[in-house]
Design a protein around this ligand. Structure first.
Ligand code: ZN
Length: 286
């Protein structure tokens, strides 16, 4: 069975294809986009491996694309990059990412090292300009892409229409993530194109919702810590009591990212109790 979902026009000259990829939350699909002008196109994210690459080539041909000028991945995680080495070979196009994520990719996937090179600040399909913006958060080299002619922003794994994304170390950094949301709030984007799920038609509102959710989590943590110092496992259990066991590592990493953020702001500190040699988090005096 093919792992390629429908090929859908989401904006003028912008196509989205959903690719089945069972190991990712929330719905087991990842998005791949094509930005077209005339005979040229830029591809954003590569999906995982699978026969969606055949479907992609067919769709591009049917749309009249003769040349792919660039492949760009929003970040190095496998669901966005595993299809890239083969795509690069088939389409004879350079593959780009932020240099920090190029290095992370080469370390994580040595068999495919060298696939990506550092992304230039602008990519071009025909007369269309795509601006490349370094916007860390989910990973240190995460990119946002801005297509001014339709005021659309690609937000990778920073935003979803429903639910939330996970931000956790070693790749993720919460303070950066708040800035990424802030950038969307302050933009005049008419649409945000996420790595997973449907196009977000009210990006500023969605970014507000995601920020409120993160702030709510930090408030809950400070309330829990007001009862006394707590270990990571206790905090995770209290904050995510009904979490699907498969999602537990993501929940734990999100809690760590929040604790780091609260530590950076001087709200929380770590203490090591000599009684049981367990590290706990405590509120600093206010
Ligand atoms: Zn992803």
């Amino acid at each position: 069975m093919s792992n390629a979902g429908p090929w859908e026009a989401v904006l003028p000259g912008v196509w989205r294809m959903t690719v089945a990829y069972p190991n990712v939350l929330p719905d087991g699909t990842v998005n791949l986009y094509a930005i077209q002008d005339g005979e040229e196109a830029v591809i954003v994210d590569g999906g995982a491996t699978g026969d969606h690459l055949d479907a992609l080539e067919r769709h591009l041909r049917e749309c009249g694309v003769r040349r792919v000028t660039a492949l760009v991945a929003t970040h190095y995680h496998v669901d966005h990059t595993a299809g890239m080495p083969e795509l690069k070979a088939r389409l004879q196009a350079p593959a780009f990412m932020h240099p920090l994520d190029v290095a992370a990719f080469d370390r994580a996937f040595p068999h495919a090292a060298g696939t990506f090179e550092a992304c230039p600040a602008r990519l071009r399909a025909g007369q269309r300009d795509l601006w490349v913006i370094h916007q860390p958060g989910h990973t240190h080299g995460h990119l946002h892409l801005w297509l001014p002619d339709v005021r659309a922003i690609w937000v990778g794994d920073h935003m979803v229409e429903e639910g939330s994304v996970w931000i956790g170390p070693p790749d993720g950094h919460m303070a950066d993530y708040y800035q990424a949301l802030e950038a969307v709030i302050n933009s005049d984007a008419m649409a945000a194109l996420p790595g997973h799920g449907p196009v977000i038609r009210q990006p500023q509102r969605a970014a507000h919702r995601l920020r409120a959710r993160r702030e709510m989590r930090e408030k809950q943590m400070l309330e829990l810590l007001a009862e006394g110092p707590k270990a990571l496992a206790e905090l995770t259990k209290a904050l995510y009591p009904d979490v699907d066991p498969r999602a537990l590592p993501f929940a734990r990493h999100t809690v760590i990212a929040h604790l780091e953020h609260l530590e950076e702001r001087g709200r929380v500190r770590r203490i090591m109790s000599s009684g049981d040699w367990t590290m706990r988090y405590a509120r600093t005096e206010e």
